[in-house]
Ligand binder design. Structure first.
Ligand code: HEC
Length: 261
């Protein structure tokens, strides 16, 4: 099952990332007219460090303990699985019940079956970066994966597609300087938007436009669902509960009045 390591992987990785940066910037061009939350375009793949780690738990304002997670690594549990669960393993597509085209993308073993480690020349990745909207995955009208998500998947495949995990410890958590664009939206993008976009508003909840998100934040359903409070449906569906730092930081943004900052 385990495939051999490509000796040219470093060169291949550099070329692939370069290509993705170019493709990635055109994604954002194409998205200019979408009613998405502003300012996230500032994080376009110029700094790959920001792309592959969950920075939500890292305190950048004081002198925190060193991050335990390698900033150059993509972690399957935190960075990759949420993308597949929210965008691919949905009902009618690649969940276990539907298994469209015999492809199931709901856990590590199933996802690993569909890709070739160290090699971006495989069908799943090619479909993700496909230009033609009617051939690409996820198919239209589902939104295209973002450049950040695409880069994270590329990075993970080029690391050999390990079943790895890294969680920042809670004591590095800073809940004082949270903003929608830098803190909250990246978490939602990774764990929620695939199931809660304008074209796929599961349960009638659309988290991809500011006004809808704000309403969900201010009426308590956003926090109730991610905190697994009684009376709310626990989110993210099909995934483990968000780490406590992410929950605390979203709570802090909600308590500040859910500003569009
Ligand atoms: C795999 C798809 C999926 C993912 C991922 C997902 N959701 Fe949901 N969400 C749903 C579905 C389906 C419902 C409707 C559930 C129901 O009504 O039983 C729902 C309902 C909700 C609700 C309404 C809850 C209530 O009690 O009324 C909120 C709020 C919500 N989701 C927020 C989120 C957030 C925030 C995330 C990310 C942390 C997330 N969801 C991730 C599918 C998903």
């Amino acid at each position: 099952m385990k495939k051999t390591r490509n000796p040219f992987q470093h060169l291949a990785k550099a070329l692939a990332l370069l290509t993705l940066l170019i493709v990635g910037s055109s994604y954002f061009q194409a998205c200019k007219h979408e009613p998405i939350i502003p300012d996230i375009t500032d994080t376009t793949g110029t700094d790959t460090t920001d792309i592959i780690i969950d920075t939500s738990a890292v305190d950048t304002t004081s002198t925190p303990p060193q991050s335990l997670c390698d900033p150059d690594s993509a972690y399957f549990v935190q960075d990759i699985l949420p993308i597949f669960v929210a965008n691919c393993a949905t009902s009618g597509c690649h969940d276990a019940a539907t298994h469209e085209e015999d492809v199931v993308l709901d856990n590590y073993e199933h996802i690993y079956d569909e890709i070739d480690p160290y090699d971006l020349d495989n069908s799943v990745f090619k479909l993700i970066i496909e230009d033609n909207n009617s051939n690409r995955m996820p198919p239209s009208p589902m939104p295209r994966l973002s450049a950040m998500q695409t880069l994270a998947i590329a990075n993970w495949i080029l690391q050999g597609a390990p079943n790895n995990s890294c969680e920042e410890p809670v004591f590095t958590c800073n809940t004082t300087n949270v903003s929608l664009s830098a803190t909250v939206y990246p978490i939602l993008q990774n764990y929620c938007i695939g199931c809660h976009s304008s074209s796929n508003a599961s349960g009638g909840i659309n988290l991809s436009t500011y006004n809808n998100l704000k309403a969900t934040a201010l009426d308590g359903t956003l926090f109730g669902s991610i905190n697994h409070s009684s009376g709310y449906v626990a989110m993210p569906q099909g995934l483990p509960k968000l780490n406590q730092c992410s929950i605390d930081r979203i709570k802090s943004w909600i308590d500040a009045g859910a500003p569009n900052n």
